[in-house]
Design a protein around this ligand. Structure first.
Ligand code: BV8
Length: 262
């Protein structure tokens, strides 16, 4: 592991033909969307995210869990992507062999211009029914609802228009399998890349946390951007101790400057 100036990181990124950018909740923090572990406030403060983000919790109390996701969705809709999200979209646009993989369920990558983010854990914006996974649409009963109490509230989930079953969030809960196509694509990209940028993840939730480790084992240069140490430190070639919105734009600018000057 080497704590170096972004110079070497910029050179590696500038020379890379196949780049993977792997993001976690930390990249949404500077957009005002709390990280997964900081996310439980108000009504949900007494819960542990890993217990609330489960099918069991939803079936035990659908209104509580649906209310949590609607609260999170409304907060994402009020958030804006930052320069770090845009730097990732710039990497995707400039490097044909690049792949963006996210554990996040928000749409900030897409709103910053990333065209094909792989969502390992689904999305807040793709609800489906519990019976047959029929896609559901939001009635947006609560969007822009300025009267919504600051801590959010319990909200009864809608019913499926096709089969009347309960509608659930389109996310992967703890104990649920990840979407097979997304996981396969992520593993293949990690196993074939030259540079693997991991941004804003604590690297503790599996199987997603295995992706950076697959890249390291395959010989990629793993570069981590995180203000804090994580379990991924020991597999990183370079650790850039800083935030996504600060480090990513500087790293990408330095990378393209280095290659354009050659
Ligand atoms: C499964 C969607 C089996 C929902 C999420 C032991 C070993 C291996 C596995 C397990 C095990 N025990 C239990 C398991 C299984 C479990 C698991 O891994 N548990 C962990 C806790 C040990 N995994 C599962 O259940 C998975 N499924 O295994 O299924 C199976 C197989 C076949 C058939 C049936 C079943 C499913 C896991 C997916 C769960 N869903 N999200 C929702 O969002 O509500 S996970 C959720 O938590 C996120 O998506 C994300 O993946 C994870 C949080 O991690 P991070 O993104 O890293 O966020 P975190 O808050 O932790 O950290 C933020 C980081 O950002 C920090 O490092 C911080 O320093 C940094 N940061 C802060 N600010 C900034 C910043 N960085 C940069 N800039 C900043 N400004």
């Amino acid at each position: 592991m080497e704590d170096v100036l972004p110079r070497r990181a910029a050179q590696l990124l500038g020379d890379a033909r196949r780049v993977v950018v792997f993001t976690g909740a930390g990249i949404s923090a500077e957009s005002g969307v709390p990280t997964f572990r900081d996310d439980l406030t108000g009504l949900w403060a007494r819960f542990d995210a890993q217990r609330l983000a489960t099918a069991e919790a939803f079936h035990a109390d659908p209104d509580l869990v649906w209310g949590w996701y609607e609260w999170r969705r409304s907060r994402v809709r009020r958030a804006e992507p930052h320069a770090g999200h845009r730097a990732i979209a710039a990497i995707e646009a400039r490097v044909p062999g690049s792949t963006v993989i996210t554990q996040n369920v928000d749409d900030l990558h897409e709103r910053a211009g990333t065209r094909a983010a792989i969502h390992l854990h689904g999305s807040l914006f793709t609800p489906r029914c519990v019976a047959a996974a029929h896609p559901a649409t939001f009635e947006d009963r609560h969007d822009g609802d300025a009267t919504q109490p600051p801590e959010g509230r319990r909200i009864p989930p809608p019913r499926c228009a096709s089969c009347m079953a309960l509608v659930r969030p389109g996310v992967v809960w703890f104990g649920e399998a990840l979407p097979e196509a997304a996981l396969t694509a992520a593993v293949e990209a990690a196993a074939a890349c030259d540079v693997f940028l991991t941004v804003g993840t604590s690297g503790v939730v599996y199987p997603a946390a295995e992706i950076p480790r697959i890249a390291a084992r395959a010989g990629a240069a793993v570069i981590q951007i995180n203000p804090e140490p994580t379990p991924l430190d020991q597999i990183c070639a370079i650790n850039l101790r800083g935030t996504a919105a600060q480090v990513l734009p500087a790293l990408v600018a330095a990378a393209w400057k280095a290659t354009d000057e050659r």
